[in-house]
Design a protein around this ligand. Structure first.
Ligand SMILES: *Cc1c(COP(=O)(O)O)cnc(C)c1O
Length: 438
């Protein structure tokens, strides 16, 4: 049967190289810097990050081979993932636009984060480490790393922003099933955490604080290494698998996107789907509009483009990025994975040069969850709250096409599923517990 409703690649069509956009950028990427005072954070990096990841972080090679061991892990995680044409949704909206979406929701733990978690865990194991430490906000990254650790045979410690730790008990149980040690952050496991915990044991925490805790924990233990789930260049690299598969799939469908959309927190899923297409824009002068869907709670791409720390305690080097300030407080939202103060240096530069548009949705999130409901009713897949921003933006664009009678091809990424986020959906959509009906 030939149809472009679902475009499915075979195992032997899995890309065997990641795409590194750094050599194709219109300007050199500003390197990380040490702050004017204090110890050298850059000098500290080899003690903190996996060696191969650090090498990739600074690589100028355009194509980086994916080791066979990681290709196998990708296959085990269900890659390549399908690309769907949202025909039901198109019909329901009455739009002349064509809508395509990539299905990162088929991930074992529920998000695209496994694409870099598997790579980082694989390289850490190769280097002889025994334990991975990390932070998590929404819980998807901690869960992905717990899964990857379990597959390659490593221990895993997760510092989880307390406010979210308390509201997602099933996500916690899922991490525990992989054998991970999970702490609410600020925790009593690190000096930095202890200080904040003593001031307030109910401290809500933040991603910046949890990163500081993960870094400190790894620094104290020579058998442990820290992993970061977004923002950094090597994470963008690993996530390019999303866009590389999608390019093959769009070619099979005989289509080319006019618009590429995804949600953006630190930038890894947006970069993953967008950067392989960005190469066409930079090289072949293809004309594609890129839209990052964000929350007004953390519209980091609309922040200042400057050097800033990636964590609250200033343990990381300074990165040139679009930032709201590393100690800013951000209002809580259900799409918690989008709540980070800064954006990937690569995407920040491209934004600064005018290649990426951004839209920030109100923090009440009503519009986002309404749109996700429309999507579910037409297509059936339940997006993660973060991914719902991508869905909402794509629907908004499709409606504009209807109003202007434009036949655009819109490609969007659905970074994860929302099966463990039903409480959030129930709250926003007013879904009631009902008395038993028989
Ligand atoms: C972490 C996460 C995000 C936001 O992070 P990015 O690095 O910007 O992709 C978005 N969607 C899901 C499902 C996530 O888990």
């Amino acid at each position: 049967m030939t149809d472009d409703r679902a475009i499915i690649l075979k195992a032997d069509e899995l890309p065997d190289k990641w795409y590194n956009i750094i050599p194709d950028l219109p300007e050199p990427l500003p390197p990380p810097m040490d702050p004017p005072e204090g110890y050298s954070r850059i000098g500290d990096l080899p003690n903190l990050l996996v060696g191969e990841c650090l090498k990739q972080e600074m690589s100028a090679e355009r194509w980086i081979p994916i080791p066979e061991g990681i290709q196998e892990l990708y296959l085990a995680a269900g890659r390549p993932r399908a690309l769907f044409r949202a025909k039901n949704l198109e019909k329901k909206l009455g739009t002349p636009a064509k809508l395509f979406y990539k299905s990162e929701f088929y991930s074992p733990t529920g998000s695209h984060k496994v694409n870099t978690a598997l790579a980082q865990a694989y390289y850490a194991k190769e280097q002889g480490f025994e334990r991975l430490t990390t932070e998590t906000g929404a819980g998807q990254w901690g869960n992905a790393l717990a899964y990857a650790s379990s597959l390659v045979g490593l221990d895993c410690t997760v510092f989880w922003v307390r406010a979210v730790y308390r509201w997602k008990p099933h996500r916690l149980n899922f991490m525990q099933m992989f054998g991970a040690e999970v702490y609410a952050s600020p925790s009593q496991q690190t000096e930095f955490g202890k200080k904040l915990y003593a001031e307030n044991p109910d401290h809500n925490g933040s991603l910046g604080i949890a990163i500081s805790e993960g870094l400190e924990d790894a620094k104290k233990d020579p058998k442990a290494v820290y992993c970061l789930g977004s923002v950094l260049n090597h994470v963008m690299l690993h996530q390019s698998i999303i866009g590389l598969e999608t390019k093959k799939q769009m070619e099979i469908a005989g289509e080319y996107p006019d618009v590429v959309i995804s949600c953006l927190g630190g930038g890894s899923n947006f970069g993953g789907i967008a950067l392989p297409w960005m190469q066409d824009v930079l090289k072949k002068k293809a004309d594609i509009q890129f839209i990052a869907a964000q929350s007004e709670a953390a519209a980091n791409l609309q922040g200042e483009y400057k050097y800033d720390f990636a964590d609250h305690a200033e343990m990381t080097p300074m990165l040139k990025m679009c930032t709201l300030g590393h100690q800013v407080t951000m209002v809580p939202i259900l799409g918690d994975g989008l709540r980070y103060h800064g954006s990937s240096p690569i995407l920040s530069l491209l934004r600064h040069l005018g290649y990426i548009d951004t839209i920030a949705y109100p923090t009440d999130e009503v519009h986002i969850f309404q749109r996700a409901k429309e999507f579910v009713q037409a297509e059936g897949f339940l997006p993660a709250p973060e991914s719902a921003y991508s869905v909402a933006c794509a629907i908004d664009e499709a409606i504009k096409c209807k109003e202007n009678n434009e036949k655009k091809t819109i490609l969007f990424n659905i970074s994860g599923h929302g099966f463990l986020d039903m409480d959030g959906y129930a709250e926003k959509l007013g879904l009631k517990k009902q008395p038993e009906r028989a």
